[in-house]
Design a protein around this ligand. Structure first.
Ligand code: HSE
Length: 330
């Protein structure tokens, strides 16, 4: 089983030495993982958003700046994922501190890689650290969820939870949400193809409607249980068999030109299983080892080009074992 490090979070800082500035990195993530709509997510290595929070004159959030987004992310704190999460922390702590927020986007917008969740998580962890690190991980998740909900139009934590904790996380919905860390096999490597197109999560949720058939439900909860069992036992056959989505993917496939062919190309190239990353358009595949993942990623990128005429960014990643971490404070 892969080992997981604990959250490098606010508890590193003592009350006697409150910083003036804290910078936090929070990783991108793949949510749903086929059968776990709104309840499964896994953090990725090497890609994420950074949020710097500085003590400032005044009360509440006095400024938000964003880079790396082509000028598209709102800087109004009430419409910005990090701003909403920071406000959630201030409210929770009853703080009237003034803070300025700087968001550095590293995750492409509307890519299905958990960008708004990463900004929200980084904002919540940074603000909490700036104010003394009093919040536990459940409280941090709830603050991050406020930021995430604005963008997707729904209350779900399947990107925010892995971005916060790292690794594969099962989130049980409810108040408070419960995070369950699921171990992954040592040689699990994820291949991701991010095609140069965008899918807005809000729209991808609207087209799902509110109901599913009993048959789809039975398939989905059987596969979700099987996926967790497969991860715990390292049973690749079970993981592969369960990596399919009876609920969202069949409806959403039409939002991503070439999706079915890309998924098929991943399986043909040796993937254990493949599916839409979150609400898409990125497609992910579980693979055994880096060599296999490279082959699969190249096949997926090629299929997007041939089937949809779009270029893709290709990523290879193990399960990120760190989650959100403080990069700097002064
Ligand atoms: N579980 C969410 C969805 C993730 O599929 O809508 C969105 O990123």
């Amino acid at each position: 089983m892969a080992t997981r490090r604990t959250l490098a979070g606010a508890d590193m800082l003592s009350r006697d030495s409150l910083p003036r500035m804290v910078g936090v990195f929070a990783p991108a993530s793949i949510s749903n993982l086929g059968c776990g709509f709104d309840i499964f997510g896994m953090a990725l290595e090497g890609i994420g958003d950074q949020v710097l929070v500085r003590a400032a004159e005044g009360t509440g959030i006095v400024a938000v700046s964003v880079s790396g987004d082509g000028g598209r992310v709102p800087t109004d704190p009430a419409r910005n994922a990090a701003g909403l999460a920071v406000q959630g922390v201030l409210d929770r702590l009853g703080s009237e501190a003034g803070v300025a927020i700087e968001v550095r986007k590293g995750i492409p917008l509307a890519s299905g890689l958990g960008g708004s969740a990463a900004s929200a998580v980084a904002g919540a962890v940074a603000a909490d650290a700036l104010l003394g690190g009093e919040l536990d991980r459940t409280a941090l998740l709830e603050c991050a969820m406020i930021g995430e909900a604005k963008g997707s139009g729904a209350d779900h934590a399947d990107n925010a939870a892995p971005s916060l904790l790292g690794g594969f996380v099962l989130v049980l919905p409810g108040r408070p949400p419960r995070m369950v860390e699921v171990p992954t096999p040592e040689d699990l490597v994820v291949a991701v193809a991010h095609p140069h197109m965008e899918v807005e999560t809000k729209r991808a949720r609207t087209i799902l409607g509110d109901t599913i058939t009993l048959e789809a439900g039975v398939q989905q909860w059987g596969n979700a249980a099987g996926m967790v069992a497969g991860m715990f036992s390292g049973d690749w056959g079970l993981i592969g068999r369960c990596l399919c989505d009876a609920v969202a993917e069949p409806v959403r496939a039409r939002l991503v030109p070439g999706f079915e062919a890309v998924r098929a190309s991943a399986l043909e190239a040796g993937a254990i299983g493949a599916g839409l990353s979150g609400s898409g358009p990125s497609v992910f595949a579980f693979c055994r080892g880096r060599h296999a993942a490279q082959t699969v990623a190249a096949a997926m990128g090629g299929a997007f080009q041939v089937e949809a005429g779009v270029r893709s960014d290709i990523m290879i990643s193990g399960a990120n074992a760190f989650g959100a971490r403080i990069l700097e404070n002064e």
